[in-house]
Design a protein around this ligand. Structure first.
Ligand code: FES
Length: 158
């Protein structure tokens, strides 16, 4: 394990371990965060999708208009990995941003270990699924087998 965490940062794992795992969920201050290593870059994003709380851990990654996105397995919403913006396909068939919907966090490498700086940005929709009410909603979604709900698919613009 790395040395003591630098000021204000949280140790999340050894660099080599996170690279070989490719995707790792860590809990930092009660928040579940998905760390992804993809094409030589690290990303840290809230684990539960802002739409209805499904886990993003097994979502496919694709590039849309030169933005790397994760596709939520549940209803296929696209989320930018770098900024956390929701993306939707417009009538013109190109991709547009709904603004930041998913909280993303910064990672720092230090002496062979990876540290996370927890984002303190203003309220972000994915925050809901990290709290008690959101947890209950996530569990309900799992129980119901993820009944497709309103707004399914990436066409939703809110
Ligand atoms: S829960 Fe992710 S798209 Fe619906």
């Amino acid at each position: 394990m790395g040395d003591k965490a630098p000021e204000g940062l949280h140790y999340v794992g050894e660099l080599e371990d996170l690279i070989s795992a490719k995707r790792t969920v860590v809990t930092v201050e009660g928040r579940d965060i998905l760390i992804i290593h993809h094409q030589g870059e690290f990303y840290a994003i809230d684990t539960y999708c802002y739409h209805a709380g499904s886990s993003l851990q097994n979502g496919d990654i694709e590039e849309l208009d030169r933005k790397l996105c994760i596709i939520c397995p549940k209803h296929k919403f696209r989320i930018g990995l770098r900024e956390g913006e929701g993306l939707y396909r417009g009538r013109d068939r190109s991709w547009h941003s709904k603004g930041v919907k998913q909280r993303v966090h910064k990672l720092h490498l230090h002496q062979g270990a990876v540290y996370l700086h927890l984002s303190t940005a203003a309220w972000t929709e994915s925050d809901y699924y990290q709290g008690d009410k959101g947890r209950a909603a996530r569990e309900r979604l799992e129980r119901e087998g993820g009944a497709e709900e309103a707004g399914a698919e990436e066409g939703r613009s809110d």
